[in-house]
Design a protein around this ligand. Structure first.
Ligand SMILES: Nc1ncnc2c1ncn2[C@H]1C[C@H](O)[C@@H](COP(=O)(O)OP(=O)(O)OP(=O)(O)O)O1
Length: 641
């Protein structure tokens, strides 16, 4: 007995020593990654510099601007500019705000100094103030380009509540309104300080352009703000063709400072926007993408119980708190809202196909807390500025990490704790995949989102950081994602033989001239489906969730790939062998993947209780305080993988 204990102790010591080594290697690798990323960013910046100086439109006579340094930033963060006093006074008297958030003051000072500027700041951090405040402290008016009329109306409403005079010109403006606005543009008394227009208006209205030209010559066009500037670029996540034509503004009015605002744009997207908008050497201010008050979590979606799980969360963890449930389609919005209503939750749908009046009614009811939840498609997004959104639940994954970041970013705009939860379901992957089939980079972006959800060992913020070209230290997460909070709940599994077996299923179907959807592959591998197929297949004993997870892993890593088939009514997704499938013929090739550990009922209880101890969204109180909620967390932990 003593001998066995000694052996176990020795083995434990050796495992611990090995673990220590591994941890050391990981920290060395992370350090190396940080250094390489920073070198990469420097090289990219140098390249960007080289590209822009090579552009024919770049003025060869203009002296090359030195890169914007930390020192420069410090200078622009000061409050000793000639306009600083007025800016500070209006911050409190008009906007009723006591202090600036990070980068706001620098952005305002740069803009007031006449510099062109790109401002990349997470959703809800206060980009609008960075052009609205300068507008109030300058002669004339600021032209604001915004992508949606509803977005403009929300902005106008909020400016009106602060007694700021702002107007809009869009397709639904009456003749009389348009006449007044056009006259106001060239009135030296400037009856309004902000003029909101759509990009279409700039592209199509000669009358508007001629008035802008007059205003420019009179020194009344103070500034141009391009909201959601990433819409200029096809590489951005929300390209809008009319944004492509906005280069006319800088070409016609070169001396007017331009500020482009976005929450999500990589350096390549910004480079593209710079070219499209004909801005010579903009200064880019990028606020860290991190929203420290948001807790990120992924739950595995069980189609049968998903609504129960969501309802349990809303009635328990988020009792009496406002939130959004994002869904895939207009039909889902209606169905999920009805299902939640049946569970006594005050929920209403919102999607693009509703009458404008109905949409604004839902928005208003939600803003005034008459309903608790909006069940929405992505149509409910831009311009939603409710401060106290405590949860954003994705009933279906987003089509990209950029989209997810933007949608989940509607939570916690008041800086209070809020939760962002995605329900990750196998079948949803293929619904979205067929939806983005026409987009150039659609499949790759979706795969990044799937990898974010499938991930079991990396901080969720680290996965996002890669997309925003940011160097990230996992410790900064502060246990504000499920991985950092409950980590190490997985085992590493050798799936080589499983991969060979499931690849054989698809291969065999192919040899019979049959195409299989992912669902059919699961069924066939688990021994369901036609008898002729069952006879030839090596049926797996893995659980449904393990089967799905392995198929996703093989798709993400190129052992399977997508095979789309189009009919006049729909697009089908089939699985075919991917470029790496042939590697499995090689006896020495192996594949491992991480699987969530199956835990005993006792552990389930422990975990569900400890999850309750660390609430994110609920400022005071425990997370799954009610029994409904305990069940949901326990369920999630039990689920594989
Ligand atoms: N300095 C500040 N202090 C406190 N609140 C602020 C400050 N600046 C802005 N806010 C508030 C005003 C709004 O309610 C909220 C979001 O501002 P807003 O300008 O709409 O965000 P945004 O434009 O960055 O988000 P989005 O990307 O969603 O459009 O933050």
């Amino acid at each position: 007995m003593a001998n066995r204990t000694d052996d176990a102790q020795a083995e434990l010591d050796s495992v611990e020593a090995e673990l220590e080594m591994v941890e050391l290697q990981i920290s060395e690798l992370l350090e190396k990654q940080t250094k390489l990323n920073s070198r990469k960013n420097k090289l990219l910046k140098n390249l960007e510099g080289a590209c822009s100086s090579a552009q024919p439109s770049g003025s060869s006579k203009a002296p090359k601007q030195a890169p914007f340094s930390k020192q420069d930033l410090k200078h622009y963060e000061k409050s000793d500019f000639s306009w600083s006093k007025e800016v500070q006074t209006k911050l409190s008297s008009v906007f009723q705000l006591s202090k600036f958030r990070p980068l706001q003051q620098a952005a305002i000072n740069l803009s007031m100094s006449g510099k062109d500027l790109f401002l990349v700041m997470p959703t809800g951090r206060g980009k609008s103030l960075c052009y609205q405040l300068p507008a109030l402290c300058s002669k004339g008016f600021t032209l604001v380009i915004a992508p949606l009329v509803s977005l403009m109306e929300d902005q106008l409403m909020s400016l009106k509540s602060n007694n700021v005079s702002a107007v809009t010109l869009n397709a639904s403006s009456t003749k009389e309104d348009s006449k007044q606005v056009l006259a106001g543009m060239i009135d030296t008394n400037s009856p309004f300080k902000l003029l909101y227009v759509t990009p279409e208006k700039v592209a199509k209205s000669k009358l508007l352009m001629s008035k802008l030209e007059k205003a420019y010559n009179m020194g009344l066009l103070a500034r141009i703000a391009v909201d959601e500037v990433h819409c200029c670029s096809q590489w951005g996540h929300d390209f809008r063709p009319d944004y492509k034509l906005l280069g006319i503004l800088k070409r016609q009015f070169p001396n007017v400072p331009l500020v482009g605002l976005t929450a999500t744009a990589t350096s390549n997207v910004l480079k593209d926007c710079q070219k499209i908008l004909c801005v010579q050497e903009p200064i880019t201010l990028t606020a860290p993408f991190n929203r420290p008050n948001l807790y990120y979590e992924v739950c595995f979606k069980d189609n049968v119980d998903c609504i129960d799980q969501i309802a349990a969360l809303i009635r328990g963890r988020y009792k009496n708190q406002s939130g959004i449930v994002y869904v895939f389609s207009q039909k889902d919005a209606e169905v999920v809202a009805t299902d939640l209503q049946k569970k006594d939750i005050l929920a209403q749908p919102y999607h693009a196909n509703m009458e404008p009046a109905d949409k604004s009614l839902v928005h208003q009811r939600w803003s005034s807390k008459k309903i608790q939840v909006v069940v929405a498609t992505v149509a409910f997004g831009m311009g939603i500025d409710k401060a106290d959104v405590r949860f954003v639940i994705h009933h279906t994954i987003s089509k990209s990490i950029e989209n997810y970041y933007q949608e989940s970013g509607r939570a916690g705009r008041d800086d209070g704790p809020a939760d962002c939860i995605v329900f990750f379901g196998f079948m949803d992957i293929f619904r979205i995949s067929t939806m983005v089939v026409m987009e150039n980079t659609g499949q790759q972006k979706l795969k990044n989102m799937i990898a974010y959800c499938q991930n079991l060992d990396r901080c969720r913020r680290a996965m996002m950081a890669i997309h925003f070209d940011e160097v990230w230290n996992d410790k900064e997460c502060n246990q504000m994602c499920d991985i950092c909070r409950h980590g190490n709940d997985y085992i590493t599994m050798d799936i080589t033989q499983h991969a060979r077996d499931v690849v054989e299923v698809v291969e065999m179907a192919g040899s019979m001239d049959e195409k299989l959807t992912p669902l059919k592959v699961c069924d066939a591998w688990m021994g369901k489906g036609p008898a002729k197929r069952r006879k030839t297949i090596k049926v797996t004993s893995l659980s449904r969730l393990e089967v799905e997870s392995i198929i996703i892993h093989l798709l993400l890593h190129g052992y399977f790939s997508e095979d789309f088939s189009f009919t006049p009514y729909t697009t089908y997704f089939y699985l075919k062998l991917g470029p790496k499938a042939s590697l499995l013929k090689n006896g020495s090739h192996s594949i491992t993947m991480k699987m969530r550990r199956v835990v005993s009922p006792a552990t389930v209880k422990k975990v569900s209780e400890s999850a309750g101890g660390k609430s994110s969204a609920k400022v005071e109180g425990k997370r799954p305080a009610d029994s409904d909620n305990k069940k949901s967390v326990a369920k999630k932990v039990k689920t594989l993988p």
